[in-house]
Write a protein that binds this ligand. Structure first.
Ligand code: BGC
Length: 808
C-alpha cells in the first residue's frame, strides 16, 4: 500500500457512491465526481460535475408551503465515453464477467486510474485502462484517456463520446421531492471534425455554460478517423465513431473537454471560449505532464509527513488533496466561498457555513492567498449581511448561517427526517455564531500573514459591522446587571428551543456570548490598529464614533455566561434543568445514535428535552483559543477561569455528545491532545475515518466533509505542534501523538517558509536562507532568538500536561 494512493480492488456496486465522492477530481474552478465514464446516473452511480459558485434557485411546494432553495447545480456530464463491439451492448461492467478490476486515485499527481479485464457474453475478452484528470494548470480543462485492447477478438466497434446536459440534481435522496431541473438546453453543434459542443443555461440564475469535447483515436500510434456521425437531442450531443480493432492491438481514445461559463473573466463568450480552449489544449500526455508538475509544487507547500502513521498518512494526504481540489490557487481569482461538502456532491446544496473555521487555519499557513480570496467572498456580501441585520431588527451586519450566491440566508425552512418521513421546521438559521466565525477568521488570517492592507480595507469593516451586530443583539438585564443574548442557537444543532417553548431560540448560549465578547474586544483593538486616517475614513463611511466603540468595551465586559454544577459553563441558560439522556439504553436499542434527534422525533419525543448534544458547543472555545487566551477573555468578563476547569468541562460534555457532526471529533481530538494523548489519537483516527469509512453511514456519497478533512490536517499542523500566533509572536508547544514517532511539515509565516521537524522529544526548526520572519519565537514558555539560516533544536516531553503554557 502506498501513502499516495487510494486503492480499490474489485467492483462493489454498493460502494460506488462513496468511491465516486472520494475519487472526485477538481481544481478549485470545477470538480467532477469519480463516476465511471460509461455510467449514467442510477441507484449505483452519480456522475456529478460542479462549478465553484455555480448556483441556481428553484421553488417547490412542500408540506403546504412554497419553499425556495438555492443549489449548487449539477452541470452537463462531460465524462460520457463508452464503446460496443458490433452486435454487442454498450460497455457495462455489471453486464460482463469482470476478471480483474482495480481502481486507484493517485493523490500525488491528481489522476484517477482504472484497470479492467473482462469477458462478455460472446466470450470476447478485453482489457480497458482508463485515466482521468481535471487540470490544475488550465482550470477549464478536463481530460480522459482510454486504452482498449481486444485480447482474443477482432472486429468493428463503435465509440461514443458525448456531452449530456439532460442531467438534474438528484444526488441526495432526502431532496428528491424538491424541484431539481436546473438546466435549460441552448444549443449543440460540432465546431470542428473531432469536436462537439453543448451549451445550456441555468433556469433562474441564467448562468450560461458551454462545454466542448475533442475526441481523438489512435491505433498503434496512428490517428484513426473511422466513420463519424453526430447524434443530437435536446440538451445532448454525441460523436459516434466506428472503426476496426484487431486482437492484441491497443486503441487509445482521448477526450479533452473545456468548460467555460458566463461568470468567467477575460473571455468573449462561453461557447467561443470552450471551443477555443479545447482546440488549443495539448494531448493527454502533455496535459498530464503540466498537471503533475503543478501538483508536485502544491505538495511541496502542503504535505504533512507522519512517521509511523501507517494508513493515517495516506488518509491525511487524501484530505489535503480534496481540500486543494475544492479551493486551489485558482480560487484566488474567483468570487467563491468554501462549501462544507466540497464540490463533491449535492449535500447542503453547496452552501457555505461556519466550517471555514476548521478549514482556514490550514490554508493560512500554506496558501494564504486562498484564505484572502475566501474572506473577500464574505466581504462582497457585507451589504446583504447589513440588510439581514436590519430586517431582523439589529444593527451592523448579520451573516447567514448558510450562504450561497449573493449572501442571503439560504438555510432551508423545513427539512425531512428520513426516519419518520416528517418535514420539520428548520431553525438552524438562528446560529448567529457564524458571525463570530467570520470575524475570528479575519483576525486569524491577519495574525498569520500580517496582511495590513486586507485588515485595514476589508477586514476592519467586516469586524466593525459584526461587532455592531453583537452590540445590538445584547440586551441589558437590569436584574443581574449583565447583557443577555437571547433567542439563538449554539453550534449544537440538537437544541433549537426550550422543551415546552412555542418559539424557537435559546438564551445566553455560552459559546455565542463568549465569542461575541471576543469580537467586541477584537474590534476595539483593530480600531486602534488601523491608524488615524483609516479610522477617520471608516468612521465617515460607517457612521462609527469613538463613543460607539467604547460602548463595545462596556458590553464586552458585561456579557452573561451561565454556569452550573461545579462551575461548569452551561451550554445555554437553563441547560441544567434538562433531563439526562439514557445513552447506554439507546445505544443498545439502536446501535448508531449519531442522529438521535431523528430517532427521538420519530418516537414522538424531542432531543430538546435532554442534556444531549449533536456536537461540541462549549468545547469549541477550547478549540478556538489557547487556555491562556481564554483565561484572558473570562477575566475581562469578570468570571473565574482556571486550568483545572478545562479537563472537567471537557469530560462533562464528552459524556453528553453524540458526535452527529463530523466536526465534533475534530474538536474532541484537539481538546484531548494535552490531557489524554491516547484518546486524542483515537478521536483523530475517527476524524480520519469520517469519509473514507463513511462513518455517518450514507453521508459521504452526498459529498465529503471538508471541515473534518481540513480539521484533521490542522490537528497535526497546529494541534500537536501547539502552533499559535499571539501578540505578534510565533509560539510552539508540542505534544506528539503517542502513535507517531515524528512528523514534518513546512509553514508559511508572514511570507517566509519555516521547516518544522517534530520528534518524540525534540523539535527542530529551520529558517531558510533569506528568512525575514520574526527574530524570536516562543517555545513553551521560553523565548528563543531565531534568525536566517538558523536551525533550532529544542527538547521537550510530550508527557507534560501543560494547559496554561506560553506565559510571557
Ligand atoms: C453541522 C454544522 C456544520 C454543517 C456543515 C452540520 O451537520 O451541525 O455545524 O456547519 O453540518 O458541515
Amino acid at each position: 500500500m502506498s501513502d499516495w494512493t487510494l486503492d480499490y480492488h474489485g467492483f462493489e456496486p454498493s460502494q460506488e457512491g462513496v468511491r465516486e465522492a472520494l475519487c472526485t477530481l477538481g481544481n478549485g474552478y470545477f470538480a467532477t465526481r469519480g463516476a465511471a465514464c460509461e455510467a449514467d446516473a442510477s441507484e449505483i452511480h452519480y456522475p456529478g460535475t460542479y462549478l465553484a459558485g455555480g448556483y441556481d434557485r428553484l421553488s417547490t411546494e412542500i408540506a403546504g408551503r412554497v419553499i425556495e432553495n438555492e443549489d449548487l447545480v449539477n452541470l452537463p456530464n462531460w465524462l460520457c465515453l463508452t464503446f460496443r463491439p458490433e452486435g454487442g451492448d454498450w460497455f457495462n461492467p455489471m453486464a460482463v464477467e469482470l476478471l480483474d478490476f482495480h481502481q486507484h486515485l493517485d493523490i500525488e499527481t491528481g489522476v484517477l486510474k482504472r484497470q479492467l479485464f473482462f469477458r462478455d457474453h460472446q466470450g470476447r475478452e478485453t482489457t480497458l485502462v482508463t485515466q482521468r484528470l481535471v487540470h490544475m494548470v488550465h482550470p477549464h480543462l478536463g481530460a480522459i484517456e482510454w486504452r482498449i485492447r481486444p485480447e482474443n477478438w477482432s472486429g468493428r466497434v463503435s465509440i461514443c463520446s458525448a456531452l449530456d446536459g439532460r442531467v438534474i440534481n438528484a444526488g441526495v435522496e432526502r431532496y428528491r421531492q424538491l424541484a431539481s431541473t436546473h438546466l435549460v438546453p441552448l444549443s449543440s453543434d460540432s465546431p470542428s471534425d473531432d469536436t462537439i459542443r453543448l451549451q445550456v443555461e441555468t433556469r433562474q440564475s441564467r448562468l450560461h455554460i458551454a462545454q466542448a469535447a475533442r475526441t481523438q483515436i489512435r491505433v498503434a500510434g496512428q490517428d484513426v478517423e473511422g466513420e463519424r456521425q453526430i447524434i443530437e437531442e435536446s440538451g445532448y450531443i454525441a460523436q459516434e465513431t466506428v472503426l476496426d480493432l484487431e486482437a492484441g492491438k491497443e486503441a487509445a481514445i482521448e477526450k479533452v473537454v473545456a468548460l467555460h461559463t458566463s461568470r468567467d473573466r477575460a473571455i468573449s463568450e462561453p461557447g467561443h471560449a470552450a471551443s477555443q480552449s479545447v482546440a488549443r489544449a495539448g494531448t493527454f500526455a502533455e496535459l498530464y505532464e503540466s498537471h503533475r508538475r503543478v501538483w508536485s509544487q502544491l505538495w511541496q507547500r502542503c504535505d504533512v509527513e507522519l512517521d509511523g502513521g501507517g494508513r493515517a498518512q495516506m488518509i491525511l494526504r487524501l484530505h489535503i488533496f480534496h481540500l486543494l481540489q475544492t479551493v486551489s490557487p485558482h480560487s484566488a481569482d474567483l468570487d467563491v466561498g468554501v462549501p462544507a461538502r466540497g464540490l463533491h456532491g449535492e449535500a447542503y446544496r453547496g452552501h457555505i457555513f461556519w466550517d471555514e473555521l476548521f478549514i482556514f487555519p490550514f490554508l493560512n499557513y500554506r496558501i494564504p492567498e486562498i484564505t484572502r480570496a475566501l474572506l473577500h467572498y464574505r466581504y462582497r456580501r457585507l451589504n446583504e449581511a447589513r440588510h439581514s441585520a436590519r430586517e431582523a431588527g439589529y444593527r451592523g451586519a448579520m451573516y447567514p448561517w448558510q450562504s450561497g450566491s449573493d449572501g442571503r440566508e439560504e438555510s432551508q425552512q423545513v427539512h425531512l427526517n428520513p426516519r419518520s418521513g416528517h418535514w420539520i421546521a428548520d431553525n438552524s438559521a438562528l446560529q448567529r455564531h457564524v458571525n463570530a466565525a467570520v470575524a475570528y477568521n479575519v483576525w486569524r488570517y491577519y495574525e498569520v500573514t500580517e496582511d495590513r492592507e486586507f485588515l485595514a480595507y476589508y477586514g476592519a469593516e467586516m469586524l466593525f459591522e459584526i461587532a455592531r451586530f453583537w452590540a445590538s443583539a445584547a440586551s441589558w438585564n437590569a436584574q443581574r446587571k449583565r447583557y443577555d443574548i437571547r433567542g439563538v442557537m449554539g453550534p449544537d444543532e440538537f437544541h433549537d428551543r426550550y422543551p415546552d417553548a412555542e418559539a424557537p431560540g435559546l438564551d445566553n448560549n455560552t459559546y455565542t456570548n463568549v465569542m461575541a465578547a471576543w469580537v467586541l474586544g477584537r474590534a476595539v483593538n483593530v480600531y486602534d490598529l488601523i491608524g488615524e486616517r483609516r479610522r477617520r475614513e471608516l468612521g465617515v463611511a460607517l457612521g462609527l464614533s469613538n463613543h460607539e466603540v467604547s460602548d463595545w468595551l462596556t458590553i464586552r465586559q458585561k456579557l452573561f455566561v451561565p454556569f452550573h454544577g461545579n462551575g461548569i459553563p452551561s451550554q445555554f441558560e437553563g441547560y441544567e434543568h434538562l433531563e439526562e439522556f439514557d445513552w447506554a439504553g439507546y445505544r443498545e436499542r439502536y446501535g448508531d445514535i449519531h442522529r438521535l434527534d431523528r430517532l427521538l422525533e420519530a418516537e414522538g419525543d424531542t432531543v430538546n428535552r435532554y442534556k444531549a448534544s449533536k456536537q461540541a458547543d462549549v468545547l469549541m472555545l477550547f478549540y478556538l483559543f489557547s487556555a491562556e487566551e481564554l483565561g484572558d477573555i473570562f477575566a475581562q468578563l469578570g468570571y473565574p477561569f482556571s486550568g483545572e476547569l478545562i479537563p472537567r468541562t471537557i469530560d462533562y460534555y464528552q459524556q453528553r455528545t453524540s458526535h452527529g457532526s463530523t466536526l465534533s471529533r475534530v474538536v474532541t481530538s484537539w481538546v484531548l491532545a494535552r490531557s489524554d494523548r491516547r484518546q486524542a489519537w483515537d478521536s483523530f483516527l475517527q476524524v480520519l475515518q469520517s469519509d473514507i469509512e463513511d462513518s455517518q453511514h450514507g453521508t459521504t456519497q452526498e459529498g465529503i466533509h471538508l471541515g473534518a478533512m481540513a480539521g484533521s490536517v490542522d490537528l497535526i499542523q497546529r494541534g500537536h505542534t501547539g502552533l499559535e500566533v499571539r501578540d505578534g509572536m510565533l509560539r510552539l508547544n508540542p505534544c506528539l501523538p503517542e502513535a507517531l514517532s515524528g512528523l514534518r511539515l513546512q509553514l508559511c509565516y508572514r511570507g517566509d517558509w519555516l521547516k518544522l521537524d517534530l520528534g518524540e522529544e525534540r523539535l527542530t526548526l529551520t529558517a531558510p536562507e533569506g528568512w525575514a520572519g520574526p527574530e524570536r519565537i516562543m517555545f513553551r514558555d521560553e523565548i528563543y532568538p531565531f534568525g536566517e539560516g538558523q536551525r533550532l533544536e529544542l527538547n521537550y516531553s510530550s508527557e507534560e500536561r501543560c494547559w496554561l503554557p506560553n506565559r510571557e
